[in-house]
Design a protein around this ligand. Structure first.
Ligand code: G3P
Length: 216
């Protein structure tokens, strides 16, 4: 499973990229706002920090406007992935852009039928929002299971990019189901490394090592 980080904080991205475990980045208008940075400038910087796809979202709601914005965004770098909302205009734009060889991430997906439409529109990625789904009394992971089943039934190549992840259990469940990508806030990625027994084990080994009086 690929790991993307869901942030526009370049310091966090740079640090996580150093692990060699980061496969891409997703941003959205809220994350750009949170960064306090210029959209074009910060997106260009992020594209230089990772080799994999960097999702940058259009804000126009109509097809012509989305195409205009996508033209500007795809000039930023080769690894820009245009993010469009799951609407009729968004999917029209997706079809056109992927037909031209651009990567497209279809976002704000909340139903398996929407994911089916995204795949038919040739999306590179579809982003079902599991956390927001859970917040509203639905089962986010059940949605991922349904999308996996449907995509496998028809051999769709659209990758399931699990978004709105809130905790490590979402990541574990995504991996069990066979989702292609998990995009996570930096804190969730860091939490994946942690286990109390790993920390305790290191502490005990170091204490015993010190008693040997040796060094490597
Ligand atoms: O990038 C889209 C998604 O991951 C947003 O997550 O936490 O705002 O629901 P959240």
């Amino acid at each position: 499973m690929k790991f993307f980080v869901d942030t526009a904080d370049t310091a966090e991205i740079a640090e996580l990229a150093e692990t060699g475990l980061l496969d891409g980045v997703t941003t959205n208008p809220s994350l750009i706002h949170k960064s306090g940075r210029d959209f074009m400038e910060v997106t260009k910087e992020i594209c230089g920090l990772v080799d994999g796809p960097v999702s940058a979202e259009v804000v126009a709601l109509d097809h012509a406007g989305m195409m205009r914005e996508a033209e500007i965004l795809r000039k930023i770098a080769d690894n820009v992935c245009i993010k469009v909302p799951l609407t009729i205009d968004g999917l029209k734009t997706c079809k056109k852009l992927t037909g031209d060889g651009s990567m497209v991430n279809v976002t704000l997906c909340f139903s398996a039928n929407q994911a089916l439409l995204a795949a038919k529109a040739g999306a590179t990625f579809v982003s079902p929002f599991v956390g927001r789904h859970d917040d509203n009394g639905f089962d986010g992971m059940e949605l991922i299971e349904d999308i996996r089943l449907i995509y496998d039934n028809y051999d769709f190549s659209t990758e399931i990019l699990v978004a709105s992840i809130r905790h490590p259990v979402h990541v574990l469940e995504s991996a069990r189901i066979g989702a292609d990508v998990a995009t996570m806030p930096p804190a969730v990625i860091r939490n994946l490394f942690k286990h109390v027994l790993t920390e305790k084990g290191i502490e005990a080994f170091l204490a015993d090592w010190e008693k040997t009086g040796q060094s490597i």
